[in-house]
Design a protein around this ligand. Structure first.
Ligand SMILES: NC(=O)c1ccc[n+]([C@@H]2O[C@H](COP(=O)([O-])OP(=O)(O)OC[C@H]3O[C@@H](n4cnc5c(N)ncnc54)[C@H](OP(=O)(O)O)[C@@H]3O)[C@@H](O)[C@H]2O)c1
Length: 301
């Protein structure tokens, strides 16, 4: 199995793209970025709203890793923000499809981020696999529409892999930083019922799965990118407390309070799903972190 040589990453300035770029550089791949602002070096610019992409961006590339999308946890979900969350994913993918369709290119692999939000948040007891039906809430409809655009790229004869990513734990940002902040200040508490599942994954493993998807021609279609052992929200919060040597003794913050504070976005933290890692494990991926305590201790200490 060989890593494609020339790899274009969209949204590469984000949490996953930054670490993935370092790992690919360390493996001697030629990494190029496609982003909203012009930067020096191997960077190209695009404007998804205007349908503009640097014509040089696709030239000579063997693979595209598609990570771009407005952050789901950054801002309150107003109607305008929800449109941005959706369109930054669907329209960016459609723009790539159009440019690939209408140009002579050498792209053979298209590895796209997706999210476990695909399955919706309806049943906390059920295990969801890649064959499970999509859900009906906002994030499920966004993810489904995004994947439908990604699937079209397969019709161009390009190998497509969709990684349905879980809650990424990283020391640099994302969910872990947000949950750890009150814990550090001795006011950490589980959220909602505290019993909702958290299908987490260590940033090293997300990047490891992207690397495998790039180099393994047998991988096609959707794969859940989650650690094999989801935990509940209370267990995660307590693991963070142990790693930071802080007690977590306060009662859970009720869902109604979180909804009043951050609106509909609260559904992402007060609900959760148990997502299976069987397909990616069967494909031969070996996780670095399977236990929440090991993952959190590695990142926080
Ligand atoms: N982190 C997680 O827990 C998680 C979980 C599930 C799924 N995912 C998905 O995986 C992908 C990468 O995640 P991440 O955590 O690295 O995301 P991130 O840190 O939010 O970075 C996403 C990147 O997308 C680009 N972007 C932002 N707004 C955009 C817009 N309106 N239009 C076009 N591009 C835009 C930005 O790159 P430029 O500024 O360079 O353009 C940004 O750095 C995302 O699509 C995310 O939904 C992440």
């Amino acid at each position: 199995m060989e890593l494609p040589k020339n790899i274009l990453i969209t949204g590469a300035s984000g949490l996953i793209g930054t670490q993935l770029t370092s790992l690919l550089n360390a493996r001697n791949a030629n990494v190029f970025h496609l982003g909203r602002s012009a930067k020096s070096g191997n960077s190209y610019q695009w404007n998804v709203n205007k349908g503009i992409i640097d014509p040089e961006a696709l030239k000579g590339k063997d693979a595209i890793v598609h990570l771009a999308g407005a952050n789901v946890g950054d801002k309150r979900w107003t109607t305008a923000r929800k449109q941005e969350i959706l369109k930054s994913r669907t329209e960016s993918t459609r723009l790539l499809y159009d440019k690939l369709k209408n140009s002579t290119h050498t792209v053979k692999h298209f590895i796209s981020a997706s999210a476990i939000g695909y399955y919706g948040f309806e049943n906390e007891e059920k295990w969801y696999s890649e064959d499970s039906a999509p859900g009906n809430d906002f994030m499920a409809s966004v993810t489904r529409a995004w994947e439908e655009e990604v699937d079209k790229i397969e019709s161009l004869g390009i190998r497509v892999v969709k990684l349905r990513i879980g809650i990424v734990l990283s020391a640099e940002g994302g969910a872990l930083k947000e949950i750890a902040r009150p814990v550090k200040l001795f006011v950490g508490a589980p959220l909602g019922s505290g019993r909702q599942p958290v299908s987490w994954i260590h940033i090293d493993d997300v990047c490891g799965i992207f690397l495998k998807a790039l180099e393994d021609p047998a991988m096609r279609g959707p794969y859940n990118a989650v650690a094999p052992d989801p935990v509940d929200n209370k267990t995660l919060t307590r693991a963070i407390g142990r790693a930071l040597h802080r007690p977590v003794v306060l009662p859970p913050v009720p869902a109604i309070v979180l909804k009043a504070m951050i609106g509909e976005m609260a559904t992402v933290v007060v609900t959760g799903t148990r997502i299976s890692a069987k397909k990616i494990t069967d494909a031969g991926y070996q996780f670095k972190f399977t236990r929440i305590d090991d993952a959190v201790t590695n990142l926080l200490s």
